[in-house]
Design a protein around this ligand. Structure first.
Ligand code: C5P
Length: 406
């Protein structure tokens, strides 16, 4: 991906705040410039403790902006000029303090002031200790900023510089650059909010046991990736799975069907397209034992099950109904008949049906789908799940645009 010139003419204003990951910012600038971007850098005082302004000046080819109390700096490129110059403002790494400042509209240093004064799209790539990231204060700031349209790249999970493990690492420089590249060439779903459910749900019987199913989440995760590639803003509500989050996806982890339902309802008002790919448990144990159930040597055990809410049915019939509601149907027999029944009963716009029980579907790398909508049908023959997901996203995009052009 060297020298694509894709960013030619783009003004990218890079803010660097005080995290150890600041040392990666030099590489980021180099990569952005390789693609033709013009990059100017502003640094917080904290950032200068981790990487020198001279380094950033050398890689960007411009003097670095450090504060707005310096008459010389203001004369060269003042804070308002910088705010107007930027086509995008990217803050990488963005610290917890940076998020807090932006949430509350502070204007007590150069970066926060420029962000407040600029109408350019703002992208944050957070980097911090995992406890700082998961702290309710940071999480609330994160949610609020997202609601205001700020885009987040990462953070990622893994080993941290502080020796801990967890979520809070700066997204890899390559991934930041690829995501910026996908924003440039607007895809067919650019700017569209997608909500996807994926994976199984766990329905607790007691503190150690639960009812689950064989869903791996692979299909839902592939769809999330394909939707990001098509330019969508994707929130993925995920049951327990062993999969990494695709770059650029906002992932919300849940365990039970009820938690998945609650999370979906929280995001529904802003959703344009909903895809219910999760294998949601239809029933949960009516009573969850507080202590581990003991085995009785001479009696069978009867579990009473209670119906879970049907998430997609509620979504499709809600006052906040997204413009397109897409369901999945996993069937062992009479695929077409059951899929079409579900399409109508749940008031879906589209249903993607797959046969389960044979060698495809749950847990496998490949899939094949039969897609039905009112008056139409398309078969996707066996292929890796990501390919199937890209094809399905194409069909979804066509249906969405067809519906909007009526
Ligand atoms: O009725 P059935 O479970 O076969 O329907 C499958 C579709 O319904 C899938 O899209 C699945 O995500 C969704 N579903 C749901 N909530 C449930 C059960 C299924 O959203 N409780």
């Amino acid at each position: 991906m060297i020298g694509s010139n894709a960013f030619r003419g783009k003004h990218i204003l890079l803010g660097i705040t005080g995290s150890i990951a600041a040392y990666k910012a030099a590489d980021l600038v180099r990569r952005l410039k390789e693609h033709g971007a013009e990059v100017r850098v502003m640094m917080s005082h904290g950032a200068t403790q981790f990487i020198t302004p001279l380094t950033m000046q050398t890689v960007s080819g411009h003097p670095v902006s450090l504060n707005f109390f310096d008459a010389d700096e203001e004369a060269a490129m003042g804070h308002i000029k910088l705010a107007r110059w930027a086509d995008w403002i990217v803050i990488a790494p963005a610290t917890a303090d940076c998020l807090a400042k932006l949430t509350h509209g502070h204007a007590d240093d150069l970066i926060s002031t420029v962000c407040l004064a600029s109408e350019a799209p703002l992208i944050l790539a957070p980097a911090m200790n995992n406890k700082m990231w998961s702290h309710p204060a940071t999480q609330q700031n994160y949610q609020l900023l997202k609601q205001r349209g700020v885009e987040f790249f990462g953070p990622e999970s893994g080993d941290q510089a502080c020796g801990e493990q967890g979520e809070g690492r700066l997204m890899a420089v390559d991934a930041i650059v690829s995501l910026l590249l996908t924003k440039l060439q607007p895809g067919p779903l650019s700017g569209t909010q997608l909500l996807i459910t994926a994976g199984p749900t766990y329905e607790p019987i007691d503190p150690v046991r639960f009812i689950a199913n064989r869903s791996s989440g692979k299909m839902g995760y592939a769809l999330a990736q394909a939707a990001v590639e098509a330019g969508a803003n994707v929130t993925l509500i995920s049951g327990p799975v062993a999969l990494g989050t695709p770059d650029g996806v906002n992932r919300v982890d849940v365990e039970t069907a009820q938690q998945m339902y609650d999370a979906v309802m929280q995001y529904l008002t802003q959703t344009i397209i909903f895809i219910g790919c999760a294998a949601v448990a239809d029933y949960r144990p009516a009573h969850q034992a507080q202590a581990k159930l003991k085995k009785s040597t001479n009696n069978d055990l009867t579990l009473q099950l209670q119906l879970n809410p049907d998430i997609i049915n509620t979504v499709a019939n809600s006052d906040n109904r997204p413009e397109l509601v897409v369901g999945f149907a996993a069937e062992t027999d009479d695929l077409q008949q059951y899929a079409q029944q579900k399409l109508q009963q749940k008031r879906l716009d589209l249903i993607a049906a797959n046969r389960v029980g044979d060698r495809l579907a749950f847990g496998q790398e490949n899939n094949a789908l039969e897609i039905f909508w009112e008056g139409g049908h398309k078969s996707l023959t066996e292929a890796p799940k990501l390919e199937i997901a890209r094809e399905l996203i194409k069909v979804i995009t066509e249906r969405y645009h067809a519906k909007n052009s009526i």
